[in-house]
Each structure stands twice: as structure tokens, then as C-alpha cells.
Design a protein around this ligand. Sequence first.
Ligand SMILES: C[S@@+](CC[C@H](N)C(=O)[O-])C[C@H]1O[C@@H](n2cnc3c(N)ncnc32)[C@H](O)[C@@H]1O
Length: 213
Amino acid sequence: MKGVPLNEELYNYIVSTFAKEDDILKQVVDQAASKKFPLIQISPENGKFLYMLIKIINAKRVLEIGTLTGYSSIWMARALPEGGKLTTLEINPDHAEEARKNFKNAGLDNKIELILGSAMESLNKLLSEKFDFVFIDADKTGYPAYFDKVIGVMNKGGLITADNTLRDGDVVKENADEGTKAVQVFNKKVANDQRVESLLVPISDGLTVCWVK
Ligand SMILES: C[S@@+](CC[C@H](N)C(=O)[O-])C[C@H]1O[C@@H](n2cnc3c(N)ncnc32)[C@H](O)[C@@H]1O
């Protein structure tokens, strides 16, 4: 195996050098903890990586599936140029309410639109739009269907990304849970789909990145 396995010291070096959270992002996490929301937001380096990808491809239209309380949305919306817009889909009204507060507090409520409801139903209403960048981070069992849906609304040169694709290492197991089985299907699907070039990037819990030809 090539590469340097991460230890605590190396990890902290990367985050403190390249992906420091400002007070707004820290507050999103602190508030989520004090209000007992699940602490399943992406890691800071993953946030910075999504930010970088959006900047690199000069994405103007971003779609997120799975908002939670808005931590990843804030990282991504900050990468958007003037006039850019992020649409984020969330099924849980409590998560959505907290996320909306956080977007306002971050001064990003003009750039972020949150649609409350089941992601698949919301996606069906967004099919007339085109997106440059998609981040999938909701129910894992939905990943293959989300890909099938969004591939039809992507601009050429856009990116479809999906979080937790290492599944804490379980992605290689045969007797995996339903979520992991769906991620296995998703990874195999995007690795073999001729419309995209894909790679599972081993950042955090794994981020699969698909470049749309
Ligand atoms: C892992 S969290 C998202 C974390 C967020 N992207 C972040 O990093 O800050 C997953 C979110 O997806 C939402 N979710 C789960 N199933 C969903 C569905 N079918 N449609 C829309 N949202 C869903 C959950 O309520 C939860 O808030």
C-alpha cells in the first residue's frame, strides 16, 4: 500500500494549517451539540475540500442532499461567486429550522435556499434546473437513486460528490448493513458509468468524486 497513514498529529497538522473553522462554523457545531442534534456533520478538512472543488470548477449552482444544521452548506456557499446559489434538501423540520438560523447568522441566507421534504420528492421538482456541483450526504440507502436522478441535471464538467463512501471501513465487507450495501452499489455504479470519471478520495470517511464528461 502506498501513502502515509494518518495519525492524530498529522491530522491536526492538516486541519490547523489548512482547514481552520472560524467562529461561525464553530458556533454551528457548538449549538448542535448543546441542542442535542446528531453530530454527524462533515469534518473541517472535508468542508475545505468541497470548498476547493467548487472554487476550482467555478461552480455557480450547487445542490446538497442532506442539510442537517447547515455546517457543510456554509462551507460550500462560501465558495460561490456573486450570484451563485446553493439549494439544500432536508427532511427533518427541526434540522431545517436550525439550519435556516445558521444561514442567517452566517450572512448566507441570500445564497442558500433550503427545501424541506423528502429529497427524492424535492429532486423531482428541480429537474428543470442544471447544476455544476452536487453533494450527496443524506440517507445512504438513497445514494444510487440520487445519482441516477442528478446525473440528468448536471452541466458538463460538473462534479457529483458523495460522503461516507468508506463507511468507517465497512465498504469492503460482504455482510454489511443496508446503508453500506447501498454505498457499495453506488461506488460500483459510478466507477463503471461511462458518463463520469470517478474516484473514492480517502478523506475523512471517504468522499467519492464523479466528474461529469
Ligand atoms: C449526515 S447528515 C447531513 C450532514 C450535513 N451535510 C453536514 O455535513 O453538515 C444527513 C441529513 O440528511 C437528512 N435526511 C435523511 N434522509 C433524508 C431524505 N430522504 N431526504 C432529505 N433529507 C434526508 C437527515 O435528516 C440529516 O439531517
